[in-house]
Design a binder for this molecule. Structure first.
Ligand SMILES: Cc1ncc(COP(=O)(O)O)c(C=O)c1O
Length: 476
């Protein structure tokens, strides 16, 4: 590593840890010269690396400043949402258009701004391959047999060992392994609801959950989600008072797509609410480990005293979606949940469970997460910066404090269905906002952009093209 790269890394660390806050002045080139005992040219090079990474910006005659991800004028402060006074329930309409969007998001021939998947280049592929090889040697022919319905004890122990990071403590017996987060949520819903029941859902919400709800023939009561503080607890309280709610689903940490995170006080109120009303809260915490600064936000589960929270997560966003491993900590629904898991898929794959358990035993996962988070902060910054440069005036962007999806509000009147179709014709995948709404009629001028892939030339061109298309549609 060259000296200027070392200096850039040291300053980047200060920014990421919050020691240098957004809007604050960076050390000047002369201060860097003195502090690191380097030439002026070296300190200029270090600052230009940070500028390229989108972490600082040069201000004429004033020096370098830590860049806020989104300037106040372009910061998305609210998402149009369900009214709080009169709560309407609706069936989910997962129309063919949504299916087409999802298929396009998974099409490898398109610039991948659609699916919320980290690039394989950011996954610890070699270490995982080694873990698989070790498991094959250790298990021998047993790798070919069924696991227990609850899952490998080894893996459950590793998962339980990590729960204090999310603010609670459980044992391996409390954990049930699933085939990814989707199965964890699906079993939670199947265990606690029957067709026709009402489920209160954070809105907007990940479209996979909406498809699942449609498939189970449930009705939904949408609860608005704020770009910074997540699920609106007042709105939820009023829904629970007015309707017979069978279950609640939310993404309290770095909601997909909006990006908000509930403050601890609201999480505590939520845990108390579901406990008092005796309703299950299905907590989707797939993105909790991907915080951009500081420490991991706790889970609602950490305030759960009655077992009403069914915690769900997976390794899809942090390690590999192809491994298809997730888990649930179903609280008081444990036995019913385990029975459903057994009926659903009998058990999850033996070999992958053993491999991931082996991988989790050392500190490789923590080191990977640390590096991955560092990359994500920069990547998300780069995408935000490009969107604000290339999209027409009136565009607003949420500023998520974790995860890697961006909720973008297009200028008033721009229909994201048109943008989606034009983008598709230009070999770019995005997800239009309405795919995240239950009735398919909200968030029409929103799109979700995934920042899971390094911001290279292809992505830069794709964002530029999207900006041009949005400008064109806005003028029509
Ligand atoms: C919020 C959320 N929940 C659940 C899932 C499904 O996760 P998995 O791939 O582990 O089934 C996703 C995937 O995008 C997601 O974003």
């Amino acid at each position: 590593m060259y000296k200027y790269e070392e200096i850039a890394e040291s300053l980047a660390k200060q920014i990421r840890s919050g020691n240098l806050k957004s809007g604050e002045r960076c050390p000047s080139t002369r201060q860097i010269c003195r502090q690191f005992k380097v030439s002026l040219a070296t300190s200029v090079q270090a600052l230009s690396i940070l500028e390229r990474q989108g972490l600082v910006e040069a201000r004429p005659q004033s020096g370098y400043y830590v860049r806020s991800a989104v300037p106040p004028s372009a910061l998305l402060k609210k998402t149009d949402s369900a009214p709080t006074a009169k709560i309407a329930t609706t069936h989910v309409i997962a129309g063919p258009m949504v299916e087409e969007c999802i298929a396009a998001a998974r099409n490898p021939l398109l610039a991948p701004l659609g699916a919320a998947t980290p690039s394989a280049t950011l996954m610890p592929v070699k270490a995982l391959m080694r873990a698989f090889a070790l498991s094959a040697r250790e298990l021998g022919p047993d790798a070919m047999l069924y696991e227990l319905p609850a899952g490998s004890e080894d893996l459950r122990r590793q998962i339980a060992r990590r729960t204090p990071l999310s603010g609670f403590e459980v044992s391996a017996d409390d954990v049930i392994i699933t085939n990814g987060g989707m199965e964890a949520i699906s079993i939670a819903l199947r265990t606690t609801t029957k067709p026709g029941d009402i489920v209160a859902i954070e809105s907007p919400i990940y479209f996979g959950i909406l498809e699942l709800i449609a498939d189970l023939d449930l009705k939904v009561a949408p609860i608005s989600s704020h770009p910074s503080t997540g699920l609106d607890i007042d709105c939820l309280t009023s829904v629970v008072k007015q309707k017979k709610v069978a279950a609640i689903i939310g993404i309290p940490n770095f909601n997909n797509p909006v990006g908000g995170t509930m403050p601890d006080g609201a999480k505590k109120l939520l845990a108390e609410l579901v406990s008092a009303a005796d309703i299950p809260f299905i907590e989707d915490d797939l993105y909790g480990d991907l915080y951009h600064h500081g420490t991991r936000p706790v889970a609602v589960k950490s305030f759960d005293r009655t077992g009403n929270v069914i915690y769900c997560s997976s390794f899809s966003k942090t390690l590999s979606p192809g491994i298809r491993l997730g888990w649930s900590i179903p609280g008081k629904y444990h036995d019913a949940y385990q029975k459903r898991k057994s009926i659903n898929t009998l058990s999850s794959p033996t070999w992958s469970q053993s491999a991931v358990a082996n991988y989790l035993k050392g500190n490789a996962y923590d080191r990977h997460l640390e590096q991955f988070r560092r990359i994500l902060v920069e990547q998300v910054h780069q995408y935000i910066h490009a969107i604000l440069q290339c999209f027409p005036e009136g565009t607003k962007v949420a500023s998520p404090q974790g995860g890697f999806v961006l909720w973008v509000q297009l200028p008033v009147g721009v229909d994201s269905q048109k943008i989606w179709a034009e983008a598709r014709a230009n070999k770019i995948s995005i997800i239009p906002g309405y795919a995240f709404s239950a009735a398919g009629d909200q968030f029409r001028n929103f799109i979700r952009i995934s920042c899971g892939h390094p911001f290279n030339r292809i992505m830069e061109k794709a964002i530029k093209k999207l900006g041009l298309l949005t400008g064109k549609v806005a003028r029509e």
